[in-house]
Design a protein around this ligand. Sequence first.
Ligand SMILES: Cc1ncc(COP(=O)(O)O)c(C=O)c1O
Length: 362
Amino acid sequence: MFNDDGPKKDVKTARIVPEIWHNGQFIGWDDARVHVMSHVLHYGSSVFEGIRCYSTKRGPAVFRLREHMQRLVNSSKIYRMDHEWSVDELCEAVVGLVARSGFEQCYVRPIIFRSLDEEHPAFGVNPFPNPLSRYIGAWDWGKYLGEEAIEQGVDVCVSSWNRLSPNSMPVMAKSGANYMNSQLIKMEAIKNGYAEGIALDDRGFVSEGSGENIFLVSNGKVITPPLSSSILPGITRDSVIQICRELEIPVVESGLQRAALYIADELFFTGTAAEVTPIRSVDKIKIGEGRRGPITTQLQKAYFEVTKAERPAPGPWLTFVNEHKAAGESNGHRPARQPEVAAAEQLESSRQANAAAVLPAD
Ligand SMILES: Cc1ncc(COP(=O)(O)O)c(C=O)c1O
């Protein structure tokens, strides 16, 4: 059940997109370089996103693109990264990169960071003198917690490391620096033979995995920690909450004690990379039957069907890359609409994205 080959394992990368988007240009992989004295390398000053593009019958489709780009813009705002880059422009860049790649599916990584002005170098902590850079790369990525994890589930532990407290590092921002905390959680878990660690918040309530939100199932009810438990406002988390509502599965956000994990009927992680991954044990305590439970199975199935456009999404969640080019519209879920309808929908979707990023779902 517990193996020790974790340190050598990495997520399977099938292929890498040979171009990187940079400020409206597509540059070669080898040309996407930064100076070693860039602010980001010394002080962790980056914000980024992780987005999946799925293969569908209508070609590649980027999942919840606007919501991810809105979170990126929000993250940069929290860190006082002043720029004029709009969500629309960033979305277009992703669509352009995926279209040029010819990939049917991939993982997309936009990043904004403080670099170095080589004419006027600045080396202090104060980030303001350093220019902002933005890039988008992409690659074809396998299942984040292992191919078999999606069906079998993963063995995890509660980490000895706490998640960041809200007034030290804002977890609401997806910043590179936050992932030093994630790395401590992940390394400890791997070294101890687990696939992942679950961090508690600074009060001792369940927070999240090093790169995933967590859900618990108890007596037919789905429960997930609220944003106040120092979690990243996960877009997959929001998707699963909305899918629960559609399926009429009761879902609540609630603070959770560590012990609640051990006696849950089912547990699962959510994340762009991890998608919906069942958890079969915590600290070597078997969860439920020790395998993927019925509600996890139902939600996982619905989630994968939505991402593959085999089932209608609760909202305009898929950007069909090929149709986007042809029709010039931001979402391919529906046939071409009147411009004013499209504009109203865009407003609504950006409102929802903001709400998802800032407010609890209930
Ligand atoms: C710490 C952390 N929590 C949660 C998530 C899940 O977020 P999302 O579903 O938006 O990918 C991620 C993944 O980015 C993460 O790194």
